[in-house]
Design a protein around this ligand. Sequence first.
Ligand code: PLP
Length: 396
Amino acid sequence: MKVYLDNAATTALDREAIQAMLPYFSEEMGNAQSVHSFGRRAKAAVEQARRQVASLINSDPTEIIFLSGGTEADNLAIRGAALGASGRHIITTRIEHPAVLATCQSLERDGFRVTYLQVDEDGRVKVESVRDAIESDTSLISIMHANNETGALQPIEEIGRVIAQSRASGFEHLRFHTDAVQSVGKMAIDVDRLGVDLLSISAHKFHGPKGVGALYVRKGVRLAKLLYGGHHERDRRPGTENVAGIVGLGKAAELARVEDMTRVRALRDWFESEVSARVPDVKINAVAAERLPNISNITFRRIDGEALLIALDLRGIAASTGSACSSGSVEPSHVLTAMGLSRKDVLASLRFSLSRETTREELDYTLRAIGEIVPHLRLVSEEDGIEMGLPVESRS
Ligand code: PLP
């Protein structure tokens, strides 16, 4: 059996999206900037996708910029807003995706100051900490909507209200960006309700194609350029439009039905309660936070998460750790670390991420595998500890 539980990394491309994209790889090959009929049809397809994406987040189509994905959307939002403003201070959190963190770090090298807000043990940033961090030259606040490792939702709507109050009391230059790469397509999103100026979207996280995304930019928000070239996308993102990709993103946006996720949430909750019932000494991370319906992050104490990941993979089950494996060394997740988990617990944690295609049978198979593998790994690591003469508390 093959079980794919890594949908936070990427999802399967929807069949209807594939069908919608296919003509734009062959007979409808026009460049959307060309004036002839081929170009006009390509342009019409891009504009239809713009309406589909806009309607998913309740924005105006003119506020949607197509680009290459979540990473570029985050870069354009953050560098674009920061370099286009006079303030030199940015606020973000410690649990952002590297697309945000590394972009903020690049601005620090350019002379900006960045405040990285702490989160609580459930991975949530406190609204008051945002309010307290605002300084007279803060130009941008970038806080993710849902965390990619735990699914924890940040109080974006409340933060949006704090920012609106700050603007009303003299901080009118403040801009608010949210990386909504994990939440778009999994829950209802309304840019006005959230009170954001900029919002990042990536197609491949909700059954669209890889390498295409969008940035919502509220009317009137100025952005410095990231790339230089032609006048595409209202002069904000040059480069020939990826017409097929954009059509796929539009179709995925149209298909992203919120009601599907009720079933996914019930399955996820059932999976978590079964893991807790079948395996002793586990902890569901961010369980007290409002979370996305499809992500489950679990610490299996006294095991090596990588070993569990590999053992599951051998049985056809795909999950993930939050660790970034680089040049042979395992870097523990900065998200779980910021939530206060010990290094050992961080390295014993796995993320399971479901999609609307996940079935109960697949989760049942996964539960049985976990129930067999985890006690075995614990036994092996205890035996290793005894062999090495380590005291009980430092084993595993
Ligand atoms: N932001 C978050 C929260 C993500 O989870 C990801 C993808 O893992 C990205 C940004 C980057 O998106 P993309 O893969 O489209 O560049």
